[in-house]
Design a protein around this ligand. Sequence first.
Ligand code: RB5
Length: 368
Amino acid sequence: MKIALASDHAGFGLKEEMKLFLQEKNIETVDCGTASGELSVDYPDFGFKAAEMLSARKVDSAVICCGTGIGMSIAANKVKGVRAALCHDHFTAVMSRRHNNANALILGSRVTGSGLAKEILEAWLAEDFEGERHAGRLDKIAAYEEEHFTKLPWEEKKVSGRTIVLNHPLVCHKVGIMRNKNTSSKDFRDLVQEIAGLMTYEITRNLPLEEVEIETPLAKTKVLSLSGKKLAIVPILRAGLGMVDGILKVIPNAKVGHVGLYRDPKTLRPVEYYCKLPNDISERDIFVVDPMLATGGSSADAVSSIKQRGGKKISLVCLIGAPEGVKKFHEVHPDVDIYIAALDSHLNDHGYIVPGLGDAGDRLFGTK
Ligand code: RB5
């Protein structure tokens, strides 16, 4: 985790204390200034620096101090994607994470003593976002920003995500068997696992390696080892569950998160009914898995949920995709690569992929 710190002259002392507190916890900090409490400066100059680092995802969160905390919260909340919360006590700190998914903590040095400020920071760091109805509210704020704010330079630089269709003969062969309507649930389940396992070679192709020295029974030598990579698999409930064990067989140390969403039939807005991710999700390479990429709606919503909780390096891994879903997903998440085992012809009027394989969830769990 990396945290940006900023203050004006009034908040300088408190910022320095918060910096020490974080460093003692081995949390990396980036100090955006100011560099002394002697010289009177303008709080927006420093508040914007930390808020922009947060907006550009160069840090995971920010801790910003001024005299009352008010000026800094006004300034930081002008920056797109920043949810800054001015907290005065344990309760506001906890609630700002649980309900508002605050990514910046604002403290007022003339209001809050350093002992209490440390307690607030401790509670703020430990708390998770609850999602569900609160996620829908934050979506509304994000939609407002999207509509009314001009794009920031780092948003313009987004690279277009790639679509990688795996055409390995083993994958093609197994996808063919899976499509057959006479394939049993048991065989279907096994095939989903096997294909997901085979796809893991491709989705992990760019993991960095480092040289480490070891001793064989004969001599010392240097071997290549994955360089402390942290991975997470996040199945979209429920069909995504079918792919998890296949991937875990190849990368057994990956952590597993879960996202469950449905679309409200009245508002057509995604409703998140479950989301539990590893705490350090912002540091992990994340593979979001779902066998079918049909309209692209639920995959795009799931990835938005993960990003809202700090996820940055994300790939989407599906078995069968429709061109409509690929297009829609890339429009919403141009920074995310899609890996699919087969790209089919089109969606039918009911939103099913053609030729496809039917409903992957039903076929996996034998519910139809
Ligand atoms: C500086 O005197 C003070 O106005 C500033 O630190 C902050 O309280 C602004 O809201």
